[in-house]
Design a protein around this ligand. Structure first.
Ligand code: ZN
Length: 240
C-alpha cells in the first residue's frame, strides 16, 4: 500500500525574497515533494500556511500517513486548533518529520514538551553530518557522513528531551556540534527531527539529504493506526 505523504510549508521566504525563490522557484514544499514523487510507493501532496485551514483539513489529515513540516518566520500564525488536530493524529499513529527551523514550530514544541531552543549562526559555513547509528533505517544507503557545503549553524544545547534514537550528529566549521537527526515515539506515532535545510542554501537539492528524508518517511509510516484515543474500564480476563 502506498505511503500517503503531505509536505507542509509556510511558504513565505520563497515568495518574499528573490534569492530564495531562485533556489526553490516553486517553494520548498514542491521541491521536496518532487523528489519524493520519484518513489513509486509514495503518494505525495503538499499543503501551505495560506490555504484554508493551512491546507490541513480533516480530510487531508485523515489521509496522511506521514506529515513533513517546514516552517520558520510564521510559526505563530499556525492556528492552535490545527496544531491540536495534528497532535492527536500523531498520537493515533501518524508520522511527523520536522525539518530544520521546525524545531520551534508549535507542533514540534508541543510533542517535545520542552523549549526546543538552540544556538544558531548564519555564516555560510560547511557542515559535516555524521551518521552515529549506521544500522538505523533512516541512515540506510548513507555513508559515514554527509558533507553539506553551506548550512546555517545549529548548536547545542538543543533543549529537547533525550531522543529515543539519535541517528546524526552535525559538526560545523565554527566548532559547534548538534543532535541533527533525532527519533521519538509519541503515542502510536513516530517523530523525526532533521536539522539540515536553511532556506538560503540549496540543501533540499542534495541527493543524500533527500535520501534521508525518504528513509525517514518509510521509518515514520504508521505501523498501527488507532481511530480514537480511549481510556476504557475493563472486565478482568481471569477470575479474581
Ligand atoms: Zn534556518
Amino acid at each position: 500500500m502506498a505511503i500517503r505523504v503531505t509536505v507542509w510549508n509556510e511558504y513565505r521566504h520563497e515568495k518574499r525574497e528573490e534569492r530564495i525563490a531562485k533556489i526553490y522557484p516553486e517553494g520548498i514544499h514542491n521541491a521536496i515533494a518532487g523528489y519524493l514523487k520519484e518513489e513509486p510507493d509514495f503518494e505525495v501532496r503538499t499543503a501551505t500556511l495560506d490555504q484554508p485551514e493551512h491546507g490541513l483539513t480533516d480530510e487531508v489529515l485523515e489521509n496522511t500517513d506521514v506529515l513533513i513540516w517546514w516552517g520558520h518566520m510564521a510559526h505563530r500564525e499556525v492556528k492552535d486548533e490545527i496544531v491540536e488536530k495534528i497532535y492527536y493524529r500523531v498520537l493515533k499513529g501518524m508520522g511527523l518529520i520536522a525539518l530544520h527551523s521546525a524545531h520551534l514550530s508549535k507542533i514540534f514544541v508541543k510533542l517535545m514538551g520542552t523549549s526546543c531552543t538552540l544556538k544558531w549562526r548564519e555564516a555560510g559555513e560547511n557542515e559535516r553530518l555524521w551518521v552515529v547509528e549506521p544500522s538505523h533505517p533512516i541512515a540506510e544507503g548513507i555513508g559515514e557522513y554527509i558533507d553539506i557545503e553551506q548550512e546555517e549553524m545549529y548548536g547545542e544545547r538543543f533543549d529537547i528531551p533525550t531522543p529515543d534514537e539519535l541517528v546524526f550528529i552535525g559538526w560545523f566549521k565554527g566548532g559547534e556540534v548538534f543532535r541533527s537527526g533525532c527519533c521519538y515515539k509519541r503515542g502510536y506515532g513516530k517523530v523525526f527531527y532533521f536539522q539540515p535545510g536553511h532556506e538560503s542554501y540549496p540543501v533540499y537539492h542534495n541527493p543524500q539529504i533527500i535520501k534521508v528524508i525518504k528513509n525517514a518517511v518509510r521509518w515514520a509510516k504508521p505501523v498501527k493506526m488507532i481511530s480514537e484515543i480511549t481510556c476504557p474500564n475493563v472486565k478482568p480476563l481471569e477470575k479474581i
